[in-house]
Design a protein around this ligand. Structure first.
Ligand code: MG
Length: 118
């Protein structure tokens, strides 16, 4: 997760401009989607990409994610680790390793020992 120095710099940037008033959860979620679109645009026509531009758009996405987590009182480390634990359950290594299959398909297949997943 971002260092305390980075978080402090982001906080100072927003405070200096009095932009916190615009950082509602809704606005921040929309901004994440908008910036994600700009990131995707970097790969629009082929797999070639401009490293600098990709890094700039990725920074925009991450920045808004940090702002949203702060706004709603979410701890990024905590929510990422909780989601990872959920994904471990949805994607058991023995079924998902090396496969690009959605968890619902894996659940329908059942486990190697014949159990169905939820
Ligand atoms: Mg951008």
């Amino acid at each position: 997760m971002p260092s305390l120095t980075t978080l402090a710099a982001l906080r100072a940037f927003v405070e200096e401009r009095d932009w916190d008033q615009f950082h509602t959860p809704e606005n921040l979620a929309k901004s994440i989607a908008i910036e994600s679109g700009e990131l995707l645009e970097c790969f629009q026509w082929n797999g070639q990409f401009d490293q600098t531009r990709v890094e700039e758009e990725l920074a925009d996405v991450v920045t808004y994610c940090i702002h949203l987590a702060n706004r709603i009182g979410a701890d990024l480390d905590d929510i990422v680790l909780r989601k990872l634990e959920s994904s471990r359950t949805k994607y058991p290594v023995e079924q998902a390793r090396g496969r690009m299959v959605k968890y619902t398909q894996l659940a329908a297949e059942g486990t190697p020992d014949g159990r169905r997943q939820n």
